[in-house]
Unconditional design. Structure first.
Length: 398
């Protein structure tokens, strides 16, 4: 395979697939096949154009909605399928095998990191009002927690919401928000208690992006994830009705932490899918590339390096699936998800950069999948809780 070929030819690479966990059902396997076909037909041929455009067409959300793939975290009553954590892990893994991290980010922020808060803590009225459009892909959702001076330290956010009669008035800013430029709804974290209250003074709100006072302050240019739109947001005397308070007042931090636990699980799925795809592409390349009279695959150092990287991907994948199964069984998994988030992205970083090295100069060229994947993977060591913060989370629990 010519690694410089368009990404539409990636599907011709020899597959690197690990065995599915024995606890997956036939329904799970059918779901995987459906997502895999969708990625090969609808994502891989168009991803490069989306990277240049800096966004994903709204049509993609509608297509995924038509297939029922945007509602796996949501109740059937509102159009969802309630398939649980294992289905979400399968979804994240297969989307990640597209090799376009920005696509995976935009879709899963919509499905798993933002709208899921409505399902977890929303009222029946809020669910009926917002979820059908979100699940169908007619409305795109974002999560607004991070601020310029409050990333992993969520308890330090300063965006403020003050009750005024039947409204909440919100002022502040958010930074690095995925789906913020072209999205329709933001699940927004704001301080409703004193700053001294820390985590005990934060609430969540459902904010339509056409609300007066809501502004996209700047569209941000990123190192990777180029086809996911990312923005800085500002709120100036933005009024939202009291019924848009999501969950209990001053209890938003606990909801955010529950959301982060699921996000960390999903990041494990991303690392498994992207890591496997990087191995697959590199196996294909080294079996064709010759140096010093033999293929790179015939060099012992190449075989052993790829064997080590592939084994580490398999271990991250195994922990991710086992944790998803434990979560569905009602077991506490905060330790495991912190481990996944602290180790998985570090493994993926080593994998994509190791694979880029084996591609040589070709791997350094823009337009090659492995170069893009190396850029995209970098963010996973930061977003959702930086590695250093997550190691402390592990330490607290052991």
């Amino acid at each position: 395979m010519n690694i410089n070929a368009s990404t539409s030819s990636e599907k011709h690479a020899q597959e690197f697939r690990l065995a599915d966990p024995v606890f997956l059902t036939e329904e799970h396997k059918m779901l995987r096949d459906m997502i895999r076909r969708f990625v090969e037909k609808e994502v891989v041929p168009h991803g490069e154009a989306w990277e240049r455009d800096g966004k994903i067409p709204r049509e993609m959300f509608l297509k995924l909605g038509d297939l029922g793939l945007l509602g796996m975290q949501h109740e059937e009553e509102y159009g969802g399928t309630q398939m649980g954590a294992l289905a979400s892990v399968i979804f994240g893994e297969e989307l990640s095998r597209s090799s376009f991290g920005g696509f995976t980010a935009s879709i899963t922020v919509h499905t798993d990191m933002s709208a899921s808060h409505i399902t977890r803590v929303g009222t029946p009225e809020q669910k009926a009002r917002f979820l059908p459009d979100i699940i169908a892909g007619r409305k795109v959702c974002a999560i607004g927690v991070t601020e310029a001076n409050a990333g992993s330290d969520v308890a330090s956010i300063r965006t403020r919401a003050v009750r005024d009669g039947n409204d909440w008035v919100i002022n502040g800013t958010k930074m690095f928000i995925t789906n913020a430029v072209y999205g329709d709804i933001v699940i927004l974290a704001a301080r409703t208690g004193d700053l001294a209250a820390g985590a005990r003074g934060i609430s969540l709100f459902i904010v339509p992006t056409d609300t007066p006072g809501f502004e996209v302050a700047s569209k941000l240019e990123k190192h990777g994830w180029l086809c996911s739109d990312t923005a800085e947001l500002s709120f100036t005397d933005m009024r939202i009705p009291a019924e848009n308070l999501l969950g209990e007042e001053n209890r938003g931090f606990h909801a955010i932490m529950r959301g982060f636990e699921h996000e960390r699980l999903m990041i494990g799925a991303f690392c498994a899918g992207e890591g496997a795809k990087a191995i697959e592409l590199t196996l294909d390349y080294v079996r064709a590339r010759t140096a010093f009279g033999k293929t790179l695959w015939e060099q012992q150092a190449t075989r052993q390096r790829l064997s080590e990287l592939a084994s580490r991907v398999a271990m991250v994948r195994a922990l991710t699936y086992q944790t998803a199964a434990a979560l569905e069984a009602g077991q506490p998994v905060s330790l495991e998800t912190a481990m996944i988030k602290s180790v998985g992205p570090e493994v993926l970083h080593d994998v994509v950069h190791g694979c880029l090295q084996l591609h040589g100069g070709t791997g350094y060229m823009r337009g090659t999948p492995i170069e893009r994947m190396a850029r995209d993977a970098r963010l996973l060591r930061i977003g959702g809780g930086a590695t250093e913060v997550m190691l402390e989370e592990v330490a607290k629990r052991i």
